[in-house]
Ligand binder design. Sequence first.
Ligand SMILES: [Fe+2]
Ligand SMILES: [Fe+2]
Length: 228
Amino acid sequence: MRESPKLFRPNYPKADSANAPILSAPQFSDEFQPLRERAIAWLKLNVPETRLRHIIRVEKMSVELAQRHRLDPEKAAIAGLMHDLAKFFKPDRLLQMAKDEGLELDAIDELNPHLLHADVGAIVARDEFGIHDPDILNAIRNHTLGRPQMSLLSCVVYLADGLEPGRGSTPELEELRRLSRQDLVEATWKSADCSIKHLIQARHLIHPRTVDTRNWFLQTATQRSRKS
Ligand SMILES: [Fe+2]
Ligand SMILES: [Fe+2]
């Protein structure tokens, strides 16, 4: 029998900001720099300059958060660098690639194919750049809507995408940035809350996965704090 999702929770640690590691220059493999150069050359042909700057900021913040939370900074860099590969693909192309891949689409994906740029970005990362690490591919897939039970690497890229410095400096964003350095679970819950609030204010559709992500991380943070 499949384990109930309510009972299974990945072992999300409670980050302790007081004992956060001192950040040193991340150590990357020899393959990283050529891969990065190839990705940037590809991005220059496929996204505008402003988007490329956002992507570089997401890469940088993903590395910083990964280091702070003792995750793999190279995986974070690759996922950050590749999270928006398909951002400027046309809706028909996104839908076609998602269907060819056999992805299950719901009504909101069909109405707003732009949401598929995350899933399709992972397809491009795999097919164009030979990325097969499931944690990196999932972090690319989950960067827009999140996903219940997603890994901490996915949380890092999800948070970096929404909180990189180019997103502004409102008190709400500054608080989420502080929280993201301290606790990835709580920051993911509160970032999803913030996205939902903005979607309601803007009268946009809310994808059910955004709500599922919010509920999952709210419950996980709440249960964890009850235990401690
Ligand atoms: Fe995106
Ligand atoms: Fe992005």
